[in-house]
Design a protein around this ligand. Structure first.
Ligand code: 13P
Length: 257
């Protein structure tokens, strides 16, 4: 069984004052179990790298884990302003988001560079949360599966396993817009991704790999998204910044079967 995963991407938001949100989240979700006695979904919060080591103190004893939002493909060297996977791991991260559409757009990241970063993440014992998604123009020309299939093929290295990799489907047009694909559209993509993983890596790996949906997830739409075929959790932006907004999303994931 895949452990469900509620992931929050704080993007370039948050200074020390935001750690109070993490403390509140950690108190709401202690490590062991939900109130119903079921094991809790994994919670992953990816704050700015500047907050990671302080955040590690805030989440002790809880179901909350920490991740970075990007890493460099090499462990160290003359790369001013970049952060390596080792540095993230040393600061308390157990995962890193890679290939987010904002990085693909703002920093011209290609799927090939995402794959190189995934290998660097694994070398530092980080889980790679690899993001894929089509633009509105690609959706409108019916190219969604072609685009996400190509991104999946080129962004995920051959050594991927269900333990070291999470795939996040985030339609670019749904990020921060309040627009969400229909549940049928989400199911189409997630079923396709599971089938693609099966074809390339085999059933065991494909069944073990978490597939997250991301893009305007909030408390009011979380339950129906979590009930959708092959959705194992969410990657949440805006609604992960406040514990009061994120808690009901985690609760909806814990309640989903
Ligand atoms: P929003 O939840 O704010 O739409 O952002 C989604 C996202 O980009 C998460 O990585």
């Amino acid at each position: 069984m895949r452990q469900k995963l509620a992931a929050g991407n704080w993007k370039m938001n948050g200074t020390g004052a935001a750690l109070a949100e993490l403390t509140a989240l950690a108190e709401a979700f202690p490590a062991q179990a939900t109130a119903a006695g079921k094991s809790c979904a994994q919670i992953l919060i990816c704050p700015p790298a500047t907050l990671l080591s302080r955040a590690a103190d805030s989440i002790k004893g809880s179901a909350v884990t920490l991740g970075g939002q990007d890493c460099h493909a090499v462990p160290s060297g003359a790369h001013t302003g970049d952060t390596s996977a080792e540095m993230l791991q040393d600061s308390g991260a157990s995962a890193v988001i890679l290939g987010h559409s904002e990085r693909r757009a703002d920093h011209s990241e290609t799927s090939e560079s995402v794959a190189a970063k995934a290998k660097a993440a694994w070398a530092a014992d980080l889980v790679a949360v690899i993001c894929l998604g089509e633009t509105l123009a690609e959706r409108e020309t019916d190219d969604t599966l072609k685009v996400v299939g190509a991104q999946l093929a080129a962004s995920v290295p051959a050594a991927a396993t269900g333990a070291n990799t999470v795939i996040a489907y985030e339609p670019v047009w749904a990020i921060g817009t309040g627009k969400v694909p229909t549940l049928a559209q989400i199911a189409d993509v997630h079923d396709f991704l599971r089938a693609e993983l099966t074809a390339r890596f085999g059933a065991e790996m494909a069944q073990a790999t978490r597939l997250l949906y991301g893009g305007s997830v909030k408390a009011s739409n979380a339950a129906e998204i979590f009930a959708t075929s092959n959705v194992d959790g969410a990657l949440v932006g805006g609604a992960s910044l406040k514990a009061a907004d994120f808690e009901p999303i985690v609760a909806a994931l814990n309640a989903s079967t």
